[in-house]
Design a protein around this ligand. Structure first.
Ligand SMILES: Nc1ncnc2c1ncn2[C@@H]1O[C@H](COP(=O)(O)OP(=O)(O)OP(=O)(O)O)[C@@H](O)[C@H]1O
Ligand SMILES: [Mg+2]
Length: 398
């Protein structure tokens, strides 16, 4: 029995990164040639579970393959200080152990004294800038540059983001070889871009992450299965692909459960896929739908519950009627949910859900809202045993 190849865990690189070659290739070309084909500053936007973190990982891997120095970070409190006082001194020490460049630049003689100076001066921006300049110099000596990635960009840490972007701006002006790729949920990125202190980011190139096509989904499922020494018939594959709806997290969850159903069978059966899809949808509810809804206001949820009464895209006029409000009022919530990336416009006067199976989730769960139908959960009351099929869904792990 070989190991389950699928990775239904946020931030874990899948066995096959389907449909993203087109996005990674220009970055790889830049790291190879030093000529920026994508912009030096790019913002990756996408829904929860669509593959932002693993795309960043792939871009970082491409950078490292071409000997670029990579700083891989998550937007968080204390980021600027951590970079200035820990990450950068360590990188400088590791990549320029005798401190030649630092002496050359007159910036101190060792990583230790440099970081002491940083703490003393309480000027993280300056410290960031100086150390990044040195790091770019070290990278340039080996014909490469520095790549910074920042995951989970959102408006709660604007101060940190400002400090980092000020430093980046200076470095770009000095024509240092440095690139910056940040990723976040559409609403998080929007919050950041609204801030006066981040004008620099408004000029960034936008990378929108979409669901996978049906063909890409089939590949993402079939190839890992075959590489790991088993097979899946056409009918079972089709069922698995359709149940995944091209949503990367579901691709991994369906694949993983289908693999685990009868791990000693050489071929994955349609029955295994069917059961896997049921379990995967449940995991999707726990890991994606639940958390996405819990951050919304009561009225936002009411709007979604009103939408969920239709089997397809819902008319704004119907939603307003169901909510018992004027359409002007309903439009405010439409706008907010559009920003959150939870709904999209679906033709004149209509909206649709973006996350797969959110409608079903809203119908089946007792999401607090005056409009929710009485709960008629089709899921078992107890948690299914996920052992061996789904890892703990944790933070970014790379
Ligand atoms: N292109 C892809 N092909 C196959 N599987 C993928 C692809 N992209 C991502 N995945 C899988 O989808 C899941 C979610 O990926 P990831 O954690 O990168 O999403 P995310 O957009 O960062 O989510 P969040 O918004 O919650 O941080 C992971 O299990 C990952 O292995
Ligand atoms: Mg992520």
């Amino acid at each position: 029995m070989s190991e389950n190849p699928f990775r239904p865990t946020f931030g874990r690189t899948p066995p096959l990164l389907a449909g993203r070659d087109r996005l990674v290739a220009p970055f790889a070309e830049t790291f190879r040639t030093g000529v920026w084909i994508p912009d030096r500053v790019s913002l990756v936007r996408g829904l929860r579970g669509i593959g932002k973190t693993v795309l960043l990982n792939a871009i970082e891997d491409a950078a490292r393959r071409h000997r670029w120095l990579v700083i891989s970070e998550t937007a968080r409190d204390g980021l600027a200080d951590a970079l200035a006082q820990t990450t950068l001194p360590a990188l400088l020490r590791d990549n320029d152990p005798d401190g030649r460049r630092r002496e050359l630049l007159g910036a101190g003689v060792s990583g230790a004294s440099l970081s002491t100076r940083v703490v003393d001066e309480h000027q993280p921006e300056k410290a960031l800038r100086e150390q990044l300049t040195q790091l770019c110099g070290i990278a340039a000596d080996r014909g490469a540059g520095v790549l910074i990635t920042l995951d989970e960009l959102h408006g709660d840490v604007l101060g940190e983001i400002r400090q980092l972007t000020i430093a980046l701006q200076h470095l770009q002006r000095e024509e240092a070889e440095i690139g910056f790729v940040a990723a976040g949920l559409p609403a998080g990125i929007e919050e950041v871009l609204q801030d006066k202190g981040t004008t620099f980011l408004r000029r960034a190139a936008s990378v929108e992450l979409d669901s996978l096509t049906l063909d890409e989904t089939r590949r993402a499922l079939r190839e890992p299965i075959e590489t790991a020494g088993r097979s899946i018939g056409d009918a079972a594959l089709e069922e698995a692909a359709l149940a995944s709806r091209g949503y990367p997290f579901l691709v991994q969850a369906v694949g993983s459960f289908a693999w685990a159903a009868a791990p000693d069978d050489p071929e994955i059966s349609t029955a295994a896929v069917r059961e896997a899809a049921r379990r995967a949808h449940r995991v999707l509810g726990t890991n994606v739908h639940g958390p996405s809804l819990s951050r919304l206001s009561f009225t936002d949820r009411t709007f979604l519950a009103a939408m969920a009464l239709d089997d397809g895209p819902a008319r704004m006029s119907d939603i307003a009627d169901r909510m018992g409000v004027e359409s002007r009022y309903a439009s405010v919530y439409r706008h907010r949910l559009l920003l959150q990336g939870l709904i999209e416009s679906a033709g004149w006067g209509k909206v649709a859900f973006t996350l797969p199976y959110l409608r079903d989730y809203l119908r089946e769960h007792d999401v607090p809202s005056p409009l929710t139908r009485p709960a008629r959960s089709t899921f078992p009351a107890t948690e299914p045993d996920l052992t061996g099929a789904v890892d703990d869904v944790g933070d970014r792990t790379s």
